[in-house]
Design a protein around this ligand. Structure first.
Ligand code: PEP
Length: 247
C-alpha cells in the first residue's frame, strides 16, 4: 500500500532561528512515522533546511519554480537550482500564486514540466473558489486545472502529486467535509485513470485548514492520500499530530 504524504507549506513564514527549533522538533517527533513527510520552505531557507532534514524522515520541498530554464528572469528560481539543494518536492499552482501572481493553467503545467525534468516531484494544486463552488462548478474547475497539466506532461503524469485545495478553505478555518473532499478526489482519480494506467500511484492530497482535530477523518477517506498543511505546519505539536494520523 502506498504511504500517505503529509506536506507542510510554510508560506512566507520562518526565520533562521525558528526553523531550527521547528525542524528539530519535527525530526525528533516523526522518527517513527508511518507516512512520508515534507516541508515546503521559502527559497532563502532551502540550504539551511536541507542541512536540518539530512538523515531524518523529512523531505525538502519548495513553494514555487520558474517556468523558465535560465536567463533574464530577475527574482525567479529555476528547477535546476532547486535540485542543487536536494529538493524533492515543489508546489506548483498554489491558489495564492494563481491569485496574486496571475499564474494560468498553462503556466502551472509548464512549471510542473520543469520540475519533473529536474527530478523534482511537482505537487500540483487545484481547487475552486467559493463563487465557483456555489455556482456548482467545482468539478469543471478542478478538471480544467488538472487537464492542462496532463496535456503538457503526457506519460510523466503518474510522477506528479496532486493537491486538492478548495480556495475557500485555505487559511480560513473552514474545511471541506471528509465526504465533500472525497467526492472531488474521486473525480480527480478518475481523470488520472483516463490519462494513465498508473493513476493509483498518484498521491492526491487534501489541503485547506487541515489541523490536529480534523486530520484523522479526512485522511481516512479512500482517495485522500495525505495532506497539504499550511498554518498547522508551523506548530510542531499540531503538525506531528497530523503526521500521527496518517498511514
Ligand atoms: C495551504 O496554504 O496550502 C494551506 C492548505 O493552508 P491552510 O492549511 O492554512 O489552510
Amino acid at each position: 500500500m502506498k504511504k500517505q504524504l503529509i506536506a507542510g507549506n510554510w508560506k512566507m513564514n520562518g526565520s533562521s532561528q525558528s526553523n531550527v527549533a521547528l525542524v528539530s522538533a519535527l525530526a525528533a517527533g516523526a522518527a517513527n512515522a508511518q507516512c512520508q513527510i515534507a516541508v515546503c520552505v521559502p527559497a532563502p531557507y532551502l540550504g539551511q533546511v536541507q542541512s536540518l532534514v539530512a538523515g531524518t524522515r523529512i523531505d525538502l520541498g519548495a513553494q514555487d519554480v520558474s517556468q523558465h530554464e535560465s536567463g533574464a528572469f530577475t527574482g525567479e528560481v529555476s528547477a535546476t537550482m532547486l535540485r542543487e539543494f536536494s529538493t524533492r518536492y515543489c508546489l506548483v499552482g498554489h491558489s495564492e500564486r494563481r491569485q496574486y501572481h496571475g499564474e494560468t493553467d498553462a503556466v502551472v503545467a509548464v512549471k510542473a514540466q520543469r520540475a519533473l525534468a529536474a527530478g523534482i516531484t511537482p505537487i500540483v494544486c487545484v481547487g475552486e473558489t467559493l463563487a465557483e463552488r456555489e455556482a456548482g462548478r467545482t468539478e469543471e474547475v478542478v478538471k480544467r486545472q488538472l487537464a492542462a497539466v496532463i496535456h503538457t506532461n503526457g506519460h510523466c503524469i503518474s510522477e506528479i502529486v496532486v493537491a486538492y485545495e478548495p480556495v475557500w478553505a485555505i487559511g480560513t478555518g473552514k474545511t471541506a467535509s471528509p465526504e465533500e473532499a472525497q467526492q472531488v478526489h474521486a473525480v480527480l482519480r478518475a481523470q488520472l485513470q483516463a490519462a494513465t494506467a498508473h493513476a493509483d500511484r498518484v498521491l492526491i492530497l487534501y489541503g485547506g485548514s487541515m489541523n490536529a482535530a480534523n486530520a484523522a477523518q479526512l485522511l481516512s477517506q479512500q482517495d485522500i492520500d495525505g495532506g497539504l498543511v499550511g498554518g498547522a505546519s508551523l506548530k510542531a505539536a499540531d503538525f506531528l499530530t497530523i503526521i500521527a494520523a496518517a498511514r
